[in-house]
Design a binder for this molecule. Structure first.
Ligand SMILES: [Zn+2]
Length: 602
């Protein structure tokens, strides 16, 4: 059996020393570094961080050669009489890039995702490869958590029960010197808990949040009434040193938030859907998985065309279950819906790219620049998928006279009966058949119009539920929290300017006044209406004041911009005033949204 040993003794210096022992037979051999990572939907394996690869057979060092086309593949010849290879390499952390090594270690924290530290003989089916994993932690005072079963624990040295390569890649390990663990309940006999690792001990005073996470487990049990894990652990880092994260696994999730997530109410609200979202993936994404994403190994490319279910419906339930468990109030949930609806409404790219195209293009869009998002489109299958599934819910409630909801579909399709960590692939036809079993309707046409066709406007799930999107002169409560947390400014629905860090414009909205005035992403706002941005007034307040002056008959708004070393004074004729999205009840219509977000009673 192959073994992989991680020497993390120097992880705080962001280097892991790897030693694998691989049974082989003489002849040509190809070792592969995982490329298409489950949950990441793209070829994101950080091969650039693999270094110092040395392969030996006994005392003999073997020559290897990287494939000319596939940078993740290494070819060698195993000499006659050889039955075991020693493979040594380093994994280098602290590089930049999404899902890359930036999230590896800090002075008191380690996040190990095993796909980063595996070189494995090429196989057709990675579920047939069994691996014995082990690790040496940076110190004996380091606690750890993982979905793997610990076999031996001797000081800082840990060995785990052998698992398939599929399950090893699915079972990250977190470790650190400041940690706490809370039980959260059970689902059909399987325990759920959370292990939190922090920059400093006071960031672990999270008992008030834990109460809401226990509600979450109760609500998820009532939603699905079955589970697909033997035990489940949220692996959460709360850190301002390690980057944030959210990657789903069958029996755990790799979660990262800002350091004050457990102790600052605004930080909790700003990240409220993270844990519900990743937990939901255990049912929707890991157990039930689009057939095109249920690949037999990590070399076969994944096809992302059903991410509007995998991610879109999980985005829907992530936010909805946050509301049902009290992580968000019903009002904050509606504020969130207003924000995504308004954003999608100003996405002009929707006139050229169907929602399906954003899913197919996901491997490119995840790393897309923040600029020109309205015209390019982003990974809109998350938020627009959320609205599609909310509209599906409104449709089922209407047609069934309120007797059935989307929860009945979720329970039948993703819940079924309890299992351990298994994969049960599906196609779009399976989704349509299961929806028809809950509520007969033209679901094929429903999705064709919303997913496949050019749709100039996002779905409207609000009118049937008694609400409508309007624009108010002040941000809704949730948007205010987001703007404050991000330390930025945002006038995207009036001038069409999205703030970045400092006073730099991160994006301009296609077709809105700033873009028509040739203002570009990257321009820095130096002054508003002739006044420098100073201590006494934030840029957000200065822009809102200028918007009000112009609305009440004042002169055009003047922005002094610095871009490419050149100052420009731009006058923007705009009298629409401040505009911030919010949902308001339609007078006389029944309010059904509150029924959707109410906790499930059983
Ligand atoms: Zn997700």
């Amino acid at each position: 059996m192959m073994s992989v040993d991680v020497d993390a003794a120097h992880a705080t210096a962001n280097v892991l020393h790897m030693h694998e022992r691989i049974p082989v037979v003489p002849g040509p051999l190809t070792l592969e570094y995982p490329m298409w990572i489950p949950g990441e939907h793209m070829p994101a394996g950080p091969i650039v961080n693999l270094a110092a690869l040395v392969i030996t057979a006994g005392a003999q060092r073997l020559r290897w050669e990287r494939d000319l086309v596939d940078m993740n593949a290494f070819h060698l010849d195993v000499p006659p009489g050889t039955s075991l290879l020693d493979v040594r390499f380093d994994f280098l952390g602290a590089a930049l890039g999404r899902y890359s090594s930036a999230r590896l270690a800090s002075a008191n924290m380690l996040v190990l995702t095993w796909n980063k530290v595996l070189l494995v003989p090429a196989v057709d089916d990675y579920r047939t490869v069994t691996i014995a994993p082990s690790i040496t932690l940076p110190g004996i005072d380091w606690q750890y958590a993982t979905a793997l079963d610990t076999a031996t624990h001797n000081g800082a040295a840990l060995t785990f029960a052998p698992v398939t390569m599929e399950m090893l890649v699915d079972s990250p390990l977190d470790a650190g010197t400041n940690s706490r663990r809370w039980p959260l309940g059970t689902i059909d006999g399987a325990p759920v808990d959370i292990a939190v690792f922090a920059d400093s001990p006071e960031q672990l005073e999270g008992d008030a949040v834990i109460v809401k996470l226990r509600n979450l487990v109760t609500q998820m049990a009532r939603l699905y009434r079955a589970r697909h894990f033997n035990h489940y652990t949220f692996l959460l880092t709360v850190s301002d040193v390690l980057p944030g994260e959210g990657v789903e696994h069958h029996q755990s999730s790799d979660d990262g938030t800002p350091a004050d997530f457990l102790i600052d109410h605004d930080e909790l609200i700003g990240n409220a859907d993270l844990l519900p979202h990743e937990f939901n993936h255990s049912w929707d994404g890991k157990y039930r998985r689009p057939a095109d994403l249920a690949t037999p190994n990590l070399r076969v490319p994944m096809k992302d065309d059903l991410l509007w279910v995998y991610e879109g419906m999980t985005q829907f339930y992530g936010n909805l279950e946050a509301a049902r468990s009290g992580l968000l109030t019903p009002e904050q949930w509606r504020d969130h819906l207003a924000l995504i609806d308004a954003s999608l409404e100003t996405t002009t790219g929707r006139n050229a790219n169907a929602l399906l195209d954003t899913a197919i293009e996901a491997p490119v869009l995840y790393d897309a620049p923040r600029s020109f998002r309205s015209e390019r489109r982003g990974t809109d299958f998350y938020s627009e998928g959320e609205l599609v599934w909310l509209e599906a819910d409104a449709t089922i409630r209407r047609l069934s006279g309120g007797r059935r909801t989307i929860d009945d579909f979720a329970r039948a399709f993703f819940g079924r009966t309890s299992t351990g960590p298994e994969v049960f692939p599906y196609t779009r036809d399976d989704i349509i058949a299961a929806l028809n079993a809950v509520q007969p309707f033209d679901w094929r046409g429903f999705f064709a119009a919303r997913i496949d066709a050019i749709a100039p406007h996002p779905p409207d799930p609000f009118t049937p539920d008694g609400w409508r999107l309007v624009y108010a002169p002040k941000p809704n409560a949730l948007e205010s929290i987001g703007t404050k947390l991000n330390k930025t400014f945002d006038v995207r629905y009036s001038l069409g300017i999205v703030g970045g860090t400092g006073s730099v414009i991160s994006d301009v909205i296609d077709g809105l006044p700033a873009q028509r005035a040739d203002i570009a992403p990257g321009d820095k706002i130096m002054a508003v209406d002739g006044r420098a941005i100073g201590e006494s007034q934030t840029l957000q307040d200065a822009l809102d004041a200028a918007l009000l002056r112009a609305q009440h008959g004042g002169p055009p708004i003047h922005l002094l911009l610095l871009g490419g070393g050149i100052y420009r004074d731009i006058a923007i004729p705009y009298e629409g005033g401040p505009r911030y999205p919010v949902l308001e009840p339609i007078p006389g219509a029944p309010n059904r949204l509150d029924a959707v977000s109410a906790p499930l009673a059983r």
